[in-house]
Design a binder for this molecule. Structure first.
Ligand code: AMP
Length: 380
């Protein structure tokens, strides 16, 4: 059994973060004012998180020896991404407290496990079925009708590992595409729902079982990548409350210590042709870590998602998730980052760059938070 550090962690303690991307970087930046050191474990040299952290281990996630010496240097381990192999978490958990625990990661690593779990709580998702071969695909497509979306159960992100089954899509070809991406795992077929709005809720949950959710936000994607988050979302109070209730119920049921992002769909109400009283709220997917749609909180809330994450993982009481501004978060993707000179001139905009040296199309290079007094977001 790992030696239990005494929580809350005292200033000067070290938080180990698995993953060296921008989420790790912004977590490390939030840990600093609380007096913590961060030690990053990543296979990447010169990672965004390493640049702002006290220590780094550059090694493969399967390098058990490196994991063990990393574990011995830190007081708690957390993750900036959920796709960590079990063996890696196990090697860590034998030596040090791991927050959130393996079960939270396991559930969110697999779309089927995730959707079974969420439906088991009485929270609806899009209709879905497991699909193991082209014949099963044909049967489920017949049942759901077209369009539908075929997805890998694991390792999909930003629209990768997905094929939309349209009127003319050849099912054998669609299956071959997903089967090769899935590497032998099952796939999942989801009915395609008509979306009136995509929203998300980020909720923090501490080791005292208290939780605090940020208000639901509206997300717009371009090429399957988050482009803009509008905070708060334009929702009736009833819908907003239901979204927060769903997110906090999932976090409670997972016994999560850390942060959970829950992406949800609001379906088109046929009566209004958009959002309306008959719109359904469906959970799409969850991530037990900071989330891109929570970046607005860095400048618009008393405690940001990263502050809350660090507090939860370190066993501190959660801070206040209350916004003091409304905000529009715009991702800087690929060449967008060249606009930094314009952004920095605007006193209502806050620039966050991730320190990535190489710009590539589709790569998240930074984001901008544009702030508005509460209730004064432009309606577009
Ligand atoms: P995902 O990887 O599941 O987050 O999907 C990426 C994006 O594809 C979502 O944000 C939606 O815009 C769209 N999408 C995914 N699944 C569905 C679905 N079942 N019905 C309609 N749109 C979907």
């Amino acid at each position: 059994m790992p030696e239990q550090p005494s929580f809350p962690l005292a200033p000067g303690s070290t938080i180990g973060i698995m993953g060296g991307g921008q989420l790790g970087r912004m977590t490390a930046l939030a840990a600093a004012p609380l007096g913590y050191r961060c030690h990053i474990f990543t296979p990447e040299i010169n990672s965004p998180a390493e640049m702002v952290s006290a220590a780094v281990t550059v090694a493969d996630y399967s390098d058990i020896e490196a994991l063990e010496s990393f574990a011995d240097d830190v007081d708690v381990v957390t993750f900036e991404f959920e796709n960590v192999p079990f063996e890696c978490v196990q090697a860590l958990a034998e030596r040090v407290a791991v927050r959130p625990g393996w079960d939270c990661l396991r559930i969110s690593q697999d779309r089927l496990v995730e959707k079974d779990f969420i439906n088991g709580l009485g929270i609806p998702t899009t209709p879905y079925r497991a699909v193991r071969n082209a014949d099963e695909l044909a049967i489920v497509v017949e049942e759901f009708g077209r369009p539908a979306v075929l997805k890998t159960t694991r390792l999909g992100y930003d629209g990768k590992g997905q094929v939309v089954i349209g009127t003319d899509t050849d099912l054998n070809a669609a299956w071959d595409t997903i089967a090769s991406a899935a590497g032998g795992d099952a796939a999942i077929l989801e009915a395609f729902v008509d979306l009136a709005m995509e929203i998300s809720v980020v909720v923090a949950r501490g080791d005292d079982n208290n939780w605090a959710a940020f208000p639901p936000v509206e997300n717009r994607h371009v090429n399957h990548i988050l482009d803009v988050t509008r905070a708060p979302a334009r929702l009736p109070d009833k819908t907003s409350d239901a979204a927060v209730r769903a997110a906090s119920a999932i976090a409670d049921e997972m016994n999560l210590i850390g942060l959970l992002a829950v992406e949800m769909f609001l379906t088109v109400d046929e009566g209004t042709g958009g959002l309306g009283p008959n719109s359904d709220l469906l959970v799409n997917e969850i991530a037990p870590r900071p989330h891109n749609s929570g970046h607005w909180t860095m400048d618009a809330c008393i405690s940001s998602q990263f502050d809350q994450f660090v507090r939860a993982v370190a066993g501190l009481p959660l801070g206040s998730a209350t916004p003091h501004h409304d905000a529009i978060m715009k991702n800087l993707i690929g060449d967008d980052v060249d606009k930094w000179r314009d952004v920095i001139r605007n006193p209502d905009e806050v620039l966050h760059l991730y320190g990535k040296t190489e710009t590539r199309p589709g790569r998240k290079m930074g984001h901008v938070n544009r702030l508005f007094p509460l209730g004064q977001l432009p309606n577009k």
